[in-house]
Design a protein around this ligand. Structure first.
Ligand SMILES: *[C@@H]1O[C@H](CO)[C@@H](O)[C@H](O)[C@H]1NC(C)=O
Ligand SMILES: *[C@@H]1O[C@H](CO)[C@@H](O)[C@H](O)[C@H]1NC(C)=O
Ligand SMILES: *[C@@H]1O[C@H](CO)[C@@H](O)[C@H](O)[C@H]1NC(C)=O
Ligand SMILES: *[C@@H]1O[C@H](CO)[C@@H](O)[C@H](O)[C@H]1NC(C)=O
Ligand SMILES: *[C@@H]1O[C@H](CO)[C@@H](O)[C@H](O)[C@H]1NC(C)=O
Ligand SMILES: *[C@@H]1O[C@H](CO)[C@@H](O)[C@H](O)[C@H]1NC(C)=O
Ligand SMILES: *[C@@H]1O[C@H](CO)[C@@H](O)[C@H](O)[C@H]1NC(C)=O
Ligand SMILES: *[C@@H]1O[C@H](CO)[C@@H](O)[C@H](O)[C@H]1NC(C)=O
Ligand SMILES: *[C@@H]1O[C@H](CO)[C@@H](O)[C@H](O)[C@H]1NC(C)=O
Ligand SMILES: *[C@@H]1O[C@H](CO)[C@@H](O)[C@H](O)[C@H]1NC(C)=O
Ligand SMILES: *[C@@H]1O[C@H](CO)[C@@H](O)[C@H](O)[C@H]1NC(C)=O
Ligand SMILES: *[C@@H]1O[C@H](CO)[C@@H](O)[C@H](O)[C@H]1NC(C)=O
Length: 778
């Protein structure tokens, strides 16, 4: 695994004493806002930006920090006098939203399940091309450290998230677009995320979530400083997250030496002064959105500087942080294409909205590949890959298009219309949606394959009533649709889904309406039932997963526009499945740490993060709970054997690739070494012991010799690809000082504990055949 430019998320452990009194307002005392210094590889861009900013009037600077009305989701007025054009900011993490002429990419979870660094990078690179060609300066993507996955409905490991975030940021930047690593900290639930919804709520004191960060809390993401923009919401310990000086000024800007800007999430800023002192750099939507989300900064910020409340240097720093990445990306010299869309029609009625298609052919292929390589095979009694079945039944509305069009769920509304056959779920809803130009549904792709292979195929696309007895009561004793079809098929493919959207947390981990009944009908008549699920995370499948007639189960996640194509590649074995779970799949919701989604409608509901560092598999391991499928699990059509674990300390080398050093304190510091130096590598042989070519995600977990640590933590993964039957390859993992360190809450620094580290390598968090030990040299 090459982490040449490193952006990593890890767990920080805080001491409560330090934390409790460290949350001042940031107004010049303890956690004041650090000024940008330019960073290691940004010096030219920083110099350019600084020279420009030096020539700006206060009003011009404020114009570059405050959202304006305009065509985009976020707009900055620019400074035409100095050649700075208007800035366009646009959602979102699965494609340019909400406009047409772009692609709908797979959800981050589908990309995560590939554990494939190349595909994760390409997803962002191709998405970045579409942002760029639509004239977007700052993409409001990717989702990185928030949510980190403390609630069982998300992605769940800080190390893997760090690697994926780094690749996703890099992909966008390599396309010339600034990335937004969202959301910075504490963003772990939707319920009560934002009390500020004047469009729907007249509640006088709507609840605001309060996040209590405390001892050994999980919510300190460590971002090695990088050209990111950050969005912040929520309240952290009674200050709005985007006003919080400790997390923004101290953790992010000082310890991590972050050189980019911090952007408020839309509606997240509630105070002009606190936000400026607290380290926020860009107010969105500022005075845009016709003030519907409040009117922040702008003229008020000018006044606050003039009357001495906010020092002008703070505003200078804000603008420099915004213009440095702009110069670094070359957006200052090579003008982006004009923005011709208008995403704010009703709010900004005077601008035309012109359709412009910027899709490239090869992008659809990347989307299809992520769908195929992310599909996670959970159960297979041998039926898959399909051996050209002659008679195929397809069940479920999830196999076909939404009756109201491909964008009826999520695209035109956050939710799905209630009296509607929602169709296949390629994506969730809210700002995380992107319009699909088309969706290749599972039935489209299966039908094409059936025709090619000379098979018969028939689909029942209602979820209910397919074994309806009324027909049988007719004088002719006609069979129900289920009876008519299923007994004679070679295989019955059942399609299920669960919907998720911004604005609320999933109400439960159940599949959507009547989906379980559909499987129960299928297994009554067919002894070869293959279940495919389009889901945003775990689902409760306990009612039927052990049924002998359920012969295979595939989690296909939210795969984007090429849904059916990628799936059929896997079902027919053109691509051997290699996806693995990026979270723990429990048997019951109650098996996860309790209280991770706070639903108490008190005026200030509190999320206490009381599970501490025991998130996801760490919780299951520590409490000895058997999940349905463990973190890192996924089947293949072949088998792999692990052997020959080797620790190589001679491979130690200094961190040669950071573009920005952090200032995180650590015990072993000698002034010239880094937390990100590689101390040793671990390698292991992976052998394909089956009969077909396949790829395997080898995983490394560490047991750290210090009390009260989780039994093991992921510290490396390496996907060895396309091993032919009988072939071996070497999986290699680099262990950095940081990977071996824990946070010392007394001395407030990282350190490597004394004692024996056990290094485990294998196929999942609970299938680790190899181990070796390592101890810190004196
Ligand atoms: C959060 O802040 C409050 C008010 O400053 C303080 O009393 C409390 O101890 C803090 N909580 C934690 C867990 O640090
Ligand atoms: C800074 O904020 C604190 C409250 O957090 C307040 O008591 C103090 O007066 C403020 N200082 C200045 C200089 O505004
Ligand atoms: C700033 O203004 C000075 C004096 O007017 C001018 O010489 C210089 O080129 C300007 N620099 C930039 C970056 O606009
Ligand atoms: C600030 O931006 C507005 C557009 O919102 C523009 O009308 C105004 O002239 C700008 N002010 C300065 C000082 O550039
Ligand atoms: C400074 O200006 C702001 C914004 O106009 C105003 O709310 C505040 O009261 C002023 N403060 C002082 C000390 O004049
Ligand atoms: C749109 O144009 C009309 C007529 O020129 C003008 O009155 C109105 O203020 C404009 N609306 C916006 C939001 O700019
Ligand atoms: C479509 O989705 C909505 C929720 O978004 C749900 O209320 C409705 O029941 C679904 N329709 C069907 C037929 O499942
Ligand atoms: C059978 O189908 C009919 C027509 O769709 C419906 O009215 C009836 O309620 C169904 N009966 C059962 C038992 O599902
Ligand atoms: C499995 O399917 C057969 C029909 O093929 C049926 O007779 C049998 O009852 C089913 N078994 C279960 C456990 O549902
Ligand atoms: C969080 O902690 C506070 C203070 O101890 C307590 O009042 C509250 O009930 C806790 N909330 C939850 C959801 O446990
Ligand atoms: C499988 O791995 C074990 C060690 O984990 C080794 O002893 C055995 O020889 C390997 N078998 C093959 C076929 O590679
Ligand atoms: C490989 O093929 C042989 C011969 O067809 C078969 O006996 C064996 O079970 C297969 N092994 C696997 C792992 O599929």
């Amino acid at each position: 695994m090459k982490l040449d430019l490193l952006l990593t998320l890890a767990i920080v452990l805080f001491s409560p004493q330090v934390f409790a009194d460290d949350l001042d307002s940031g107004n010049g005392t303890r956690w004041s806002a650090p000024a940008l210094v330019g960073g290691k590889s940004w010096s030219d861009a920083f110099a350019k930006a600084s020279a420009l900013v030096a020539n700006m009037t206060l009003e011009e600077k404020v114009n570059m920090t405050t959202g304006d009305n305009g065509r985009c989701v976020g707009n900055l007025a620019g400074v035409p006098r100095l050649g700075i054009e208007r800035f366009c900011l646009e959602d979102g993490p699965v494609g340019v939203r909400p406009i047409h002429g772009v692609s709908q990419f797979p959800a981050g979870l589908a990309a995560a399940a590939t554990w494939d660094e190349d595909l994760i990078y390409k997803r962002s690179l191709h998405m970045g091309q579409e942002f760029y060609d639509q004239g977007v300066h700052i993409a409001l993507a990717p989702v990185t450290g928030g949510p980190l996955g403390r609630a069982p409905r998300w992605y769940a490991d800080p190390y893997a998230t760090g690697v994926a975030s780094y690749l996703s940021v890099k992909g966008l930047q390599d396309s010339g677009v600034a990335a937004t690593a969202k959301h910075f900290i504490g963003y772990e639930q939707e319920t009560f995320r934002n009390p500020y919804n004047p469009l729907t709520s007249n509640v006088p004191f709507p609840p605001t979530l309060m996040i209590r960060l405390h001892t050994r809390s999980t919510c300190g993401p460590l971002l090695k400083a990088f050209e990111l923009e950050l969005r912040i919401y929520n309240e952290i310990n009674q200050t709005q997250a985007c006003h919080n000086a400790y997390t923004q000024n101290h953790l992010l800007k000082r310890e991590l030496a972050f050189q980019g800007s911090i952007i408020s999430d839309w509606g997240g800023q509630h105070d002009n002064v606190a936000a400026a002192h607290g380290g926020m750099d860009m107010s969105m939507p500022g005075h845009g959105f016709l003030g519907l989300l409040g009117v922040m900064w702008g003229d008020a910020l000018v006044d606050l500087v003039r009357n001495g409340t906010i020092p002008e240097e703070r505003v200078t720093d804000m603008v420099t942080r915004i213009l440095t990445p702009w110069a670094w990306l070359g957006q200052d010299e090579k003008k982006l294409p004009d923005v011709v869309f208008n995403t704010n029609g009703p709010l900004f009625p005077n601008a035309t909205d012109v359709y412009r298609d910027v899709r490239k052919k090869e992008t659809a292929d990347v989307i299809r590949k992520i769908g195929a390589h992310g599909a996670t095979l959970l159960k297979n009694s041998g039926v898959l890959p399909l051996q050209n079945p002659q008679r195929i039944a397809v069940l479920g509305n999830d196999a076909v298009d939404n009756v109201l069009g491909v964008n009826a769920c999520g695209g035109t509304a956050a939710d799905c219309p209630s009296d509607n056959l929602n169709g296949t779920m390629s994506m969730g809803g809210g700002s995380g949606y992107a319009y699909a130009p088309y969706i290749v549904t599972p039935l489209d792709a299966l039908k094409k394959r059936a025709i090619d292979t000379g098979a018969e195929i028939s689909a029942i696309t209602l979820n209910t009533g397919i074994d309806n007895v009324t027909a049988q009561q007719s004088p002719f004793q006609l069979p129900t649709p289920a009876q008519a079809f299923l007994p004679a098929t070679d295989v019955t493919l059942v399609f299920l889904h669960a919907w998720a959207s911004e604005s609320y947390d999933r109400p439960s981990i159940e599949l959507d309406d009547h989906m379980n009944e559909l499987v129960e009908t299928a297994v009554k008549y067919s002894s070869n039932v293959v279940v495919v699920m389009h889901i945003p995370g775990v689902a409760n499948i306990e009612r039927w997963v052990d049924n002998e007639n359920v012969t295979a189960v595939v989690a296909a996640w939210y795969p984007g526009q090429e849904s059916g194509n990628g799936l059929v590649d896997v079902l027919y074995g053109d691509i051997n499945p290699s996806g693995k779970l990026p979270f723990t799949w429990a048997k019951s919701y109650d098996d996860y740490a309790p209280g991770t989604i706070v639903e108490d409608p008190a005026q200030a509901p509190q999320a206490n993060f009381s599970e501490g560092i025991f998130v996801d598999y760490r919780w299951f391991d520590a409490h000895d709970i058997t999940p349905r499928y463990e973190f890192g699990f996924g089947l293949s059509y072949t088998t792999f054997n692990y052997s020959d674990i080797v620790i190589d300390e001679s491979a130690a080398h200094a961190d040669k690739v950071a573009i920005q050093e952090t200032a995180e304190p650590f015990l072993e510091s000698d002034g010239s070494n880094s937390l990100y130096d590689v101390l040793f590598t671990v390698s292991a042989a992976v052998t394909n012991t089956g009969n077909v070519t396949g790829s395997e995600v080898a995983q490394l977990y560490l047991s750290i010799p210090e009390g009260d640590q989780p039994p093991k933590v992921l510290r490396g993964f390496d996907k060895v690809k396309n091993l032919a039957a009988g072939e071996s390859a070497t999986a290699t993992f680099e262990l950095r000082r940081k990977d071996l360190s824990v946070w010392d809450v007394v001395n407030q620094q990282w350190h490597i504990p004394e004692g024996k580290f056990v290094i485990h390598v294998g196929a999942s968090s609970r299938n680790l055949p190899l181990s070796a030990t390592w101890s810190k040299s004196p």
